[in-house]
Design a protein around this ligand. Sequence first.
Ligand code: SAH
Length: 256
Amino acid sequence: MSLDSIRIVLVNTSHPGNIGAVARAMKNMGISDLALVEPRKFPHDEATWRAASANDILEAAQIFATLEEAIADCGLVVGTSARGRTIPWPLLDPRHCAEQAYAETRRHKVALVFGREDRGLTNEELQQCNLHVNIPANEEYSSLNLGMAVQVLCYELRMAHLSGDLSADPLAEWDLPPATPEALARYFDHLEETLLEMGFLNPKAPKQLMTRLRRLYTRARPDEMEVNILRGILTSTQYQIREQAAKTAATKEPEA
Ligand code: SAH
């Protein structure tokens, strides 16, 4: 376990100065893995200037085209949000979040995802996270500057690291690793396809069905084998539907 397994992910950041401030906040707390998803201006002098002596973090930052790619190898993904959303997700404060995130670094990489300065993260992005964290700021003005929000979370991660307490790991005794975000994304595609095929999901009135199912599975955190079993059930269901459809079509054919 270590702070080396923590990845800070910034999505579509507008101001390069904020990226520099994030690098500095990370280095001060001993965290170094920075991932940038579609940064609007990077590299940029202002980022370098604000990073001060944390320029090495900027130089090593990985750039991704999508959030999916930036978190593909992470066993736990935490989304940050300054406000509540229509469909609530499991929500933690920074201290409890950091205790869990740090304890889980024993096993896998952990991503903390931060949003755009003007609009935060989209619902679709937040739905790719296992849990959400909110800094319980002044209700009348709850949105922190991006660099400050990263600082708060990195500080709490450092405190968790210094305490050495690993009791907050919900998967402590589990025998298999949780399915990767990539495997879960493939499962959701397969599930949606099957639900459409069986007529359970109506594309004209999908309501929030897929969002609610996504929440169920990201909350349950199925392991690799469980996701394989679920995929197998879907494949078998599709086979039955297609067999049935073929039989019905055959009985309808006029006799020769
Ligand atoms: N107006 C946006 C806030 C953007 S602030 C909104 O309402 O969502 C930029 C980013 O800083 C956010 O996406 C989040 O990653 C982080 N942030 C700011 N304030 C936060 C808070 N109170 N709790 C958690 N994250 C916060």
